[in-house]
Design a protein. Structure first.
Lengths: 98, 359
């Protein structure tokens, strides 16, 4: 399972990409990733472009999951990301920091 | 609810702290606090309204809040909160209007920067805060951990600390603070819809007045200003001077990790994209450069004549769905009314929009 986060928008609008591949992660991290993806329930999130945010300069996140029977991409505004998806987004960004 | 009401008796009678939603007071009580309370009590009442708005998912309260606040507010009413790395807004109150500096540079930058922005709007454009009715300026710093952003949430300003690897704290650049507050002004005036060309105009007006806050704080004329947005927010690891350049869009950074500044400098290079709410931070380069060209052609302090034209256009002329062409014709008309149709100001504004290919 490969998971990719593209972060655009925000004040600076500098595109940042964060990726994780269950095949190359340590087994416990790979399990963590699968659990987060399952909890985020991407099938339950509309794949239509996000509505303009309330306010301005919010991030826009696109999360793409491929492999292990899944192929799904969703784009959400930072202010409208469901909590479980936000946890996956935070995890993917933190993974790169480690 | 994280903020305690400062000496407001009715709250103590009606608020059950084990049930936060029951702490939300009816508007007439909040209005009384706003009318008769101290600056600190007013700021607290504003926060209660903002929180209740989020809980109820209601938007109309903000207008109510703005009206109520206008009844009593005089002068700047700043409050700065600390989110402590969390995402709950506004966080813990750490500095209120009139209090001296604290030991946290981000708090002091948010306080001073929002003050300089309030001063520009008040002293130059006779505007009484974000809503022109004395709305308090609420800022939150240390939002989330390593958060690479600053934003306006519809009611307040929010600043991250940056990851420290690519980005510094977002309060460090005063134009960022002016930019965020101007999103509030736009929300109460033109209401430019945040996507496509109207969204790029929304972004551009924030960059224009953000830059003017910086120029005025430094006492710079148009030809002495750097016209950069977010200068100093990149760490030394990044090949770049700022996030955007109003004078030369597309040249602010070019770095192996974060890529190259994607802003176009004219309509021939307009970018069609679904990212970033339809490229609102990308195509803003075109109207940004138009302002730069007009201001430098006019000369002197940019906030005086060019800034006046843009301010009147934002306040009185633009509509939520206005596009670049509308902004061009309306700024030219405003310049004509303010300075004369045959004036150098009006011709400079027209020439600027022509150069960037909008006309």
């Amino acid at each position: 399972m490969r998971v990719r986060l593209d972060r655009t928008g925000g004040f600076a609008n500098i595109r940042r990409t964060f990726t994780a591949d269950a095949a190359t992660l340590a087994p416990e991290r790979a399990d963590e990733l699968r659990r987060l993806v399952e909890a985020a329930d991407l099938e339950g999130i509309a794949s239509t472009p996000p509505a303009p945010p309330r306010g301005a300069d919010r991030f826009v996140y696109t999360v793409t999951v491929e492999g292990e029977g899944t192929a799904r991409a969703v784009t959400v505004g930072e202010d409208a990301a469901p909590a479980a998806l936000q946890r996956l987004i935070d995890w993917l960004q933190a993974l790169q920091e480690r | 609810m994280t903020t305690a009401p400062p000496d407001v008796v009715p709250v103590r009678h009606t608020c059950d702290r084990s049930h936060p939603i029951s702490c939300i007071l009816p508007p007439h009580i909040l209005r009384a606090i706003v009318e008769r309370g101290s600056a600190e009590q007013r700021a607290w009442a504003v926060q209660v309204l903002a929180v209740s708005e989020r809980i109820r998912g209601r938007r109309e309260l903000l207008g109510d809040l703005a009206t109520a606040t206008a009844l009593a507010a005089e002068g700047k009413q700043r409050t700065v909160y600390d989110a402590g790395g969390g995402s709950q807004l506004p966080g813990t109150l750490v500095r209120s209007e009139g209090q001296g500096p604290v030991g946290d540079v981000a708090v002091n930058e948010a306080y001073d920067g929002s003050g300089a922005t309030w001063d520009l709007y008040h002293d130059v454009y006779s505007r009484n805060s974000i809503d022109d009715r004395g709305m308090p300026l609420v800022s939150t710093v240390h939002y989330r951990v390593g958060f690479d952003n600053a934003f306006w949430d519809g009611s307040q300003m929010v600043y991250g600390d940056g990851d420290g690897k690519l980005f510094e704290r977002f309060t460090k650049a005063i134009d960022v603070i002016g930019h965020e507050l101007t999103h509030g002004v736009t929300q109460f005036e033109a209401g430019l819809a945040y996507s496509g060309q109207s969204g790029a105009l929304n972004e551009s007006f924030s960059d224009v007045f953000g830059s003017l806050v910086k120029q005025r704080s430094l006492g710079q004329t148009a030809d002495a200003a750097d016209w950069l947005i977010g200068e100093g927010l990149f760490t030394a690891a990044v090949h770049g001077t700022a996030f955007r350049s109003m004078a030369a869009p597309g040249t602010a950074y070019d770095d192996p990790v974060i890529g190259k500044d994607p802003q176009p400098a004219d309509m021939a290079h307009y970018v069609e994209t679904a990212d970033d709410n339809g490229g609102v931070h990308i195509n803003s380069g075109i109207p940004n450069r138009a302002f730069y060209l007009a201001a430098t052609a006019i000369g002197g302090y940019a906030w005086e004549r060019a800034g006046q034209v843009w301010y009147v256009t934002l306040r009185d002329r633009l509509r939520p769905d206005s596009d670049f062409r509308a902004a061009a014709t309306l700024t030219i008309a405003a310049a004509g009314e303010l300075f004369g149709a045959g004036s150098g100001v009006a011709s400079a504004v027209r020439a600027a929009w022509t150069t960037v290919g909008v006309l």
